[in-house]
Design a protein. Structure first.
Lengths: 116, 112
């Protein structure tokens, strides 16, 4: 498992349902990011973890969105009471080092969430 | 965050070189220039990055203007598999999160 793994790949939720999206970053990577990508748009930043600490959650669109990374590895993005506007692809990325512009980020394939 | 400007789309013929431009006139002295691409139904994929000097790797070359206000991603021989959206991104090491801020990117279409 060399890359970032996300599950499920696809999720259909009824409006009002809670969902949990999982991200397994590359082992040893300090930084973990969540992005939301609407159809035809570039990814939009949601939140950032450095190890288990959530250092930036400024991109979370509402208090229905919650992310955690309790042991500094696997992360879960939870969306409560899903709405149709939450339909998007949710991308997870990890990076070896925290604050350094000289490193690349590795992205998972994303979870496509459709709220019906 | 410093912003980048890219053409919405470009076309290329297969096996010809492609030059993808990016303007970043408000770049700061410490910003790294990163390029990522996103193939259909995939997550973004790292292509190349640089600070001041031109860079080459197995995927592409990055040419950075002397004043750093623009850069060009060069694919030496486009293949059909290079059809993707290419994002030019400035990464600020002084930003604690150091997140990538994506714009609209350039959709590259490759014709056989």
């Amino acid at each position: 498992g060399a890359g970032v793994s996300q599950s499920p790949r696809y999720k259909v939720a009824k409006r009002g349902q809670d969902v949990a999206l999982r991200c397994d970053p590359i082992s040893g990577h300090v930084s973990l990011f969540w992005y939301q990508q609407a159809l035809g748009q570039g990814p939009e930043f949601l939140t950032y973890f450095q190890n288990e600490a959530q250092l930036d959650k400024s991109g979370l669109p509402s208090d229905r969105f919650f992310a955690e990374r309790p042991e500094g590895s696997v992360s879960t993005l939870k969306i409560q009471r899903t709405q149709q506007e939450d339909s998007a692809v949710y991308l997870c990325a990890s990076s070896l080092i925290g604050s350094d512009g000289n490193t690349e980020a590795f992205f998972g394939q994303g979870t496509r969430l459709t709220v019906v | 965050d410093a912003k980048t400007t890219q053409p919405n789309s470009m076309e290329s013929n297969e096996e010809e070189p492609v030059h993808l431009p990016c303007n970043h006139s408000t770049i700061s002295g410490t910003d790294y220039i990163h390029w990522y691409r996103q193939l259909p139904s995939q997550g973004p994929e790292y292509v190349i990055h640089g600070l001041t000097s031109n860079v080459n790797n197995r995927m592409a070359s990055l040419a950075i203007a002397e004043d750093r206000k623009s850069s060009t991603l060069i694919l030496h021989r486009a293949t059909l598999r290079d059809a993707a959206v290419y994002y030019c991104i400035l990464r600020d090491p002084n930003n604690a999160g150091n997140m990538l801020t994506f714009g609209g990117g350039t959709r590259l279409m490759v014709k056989p």
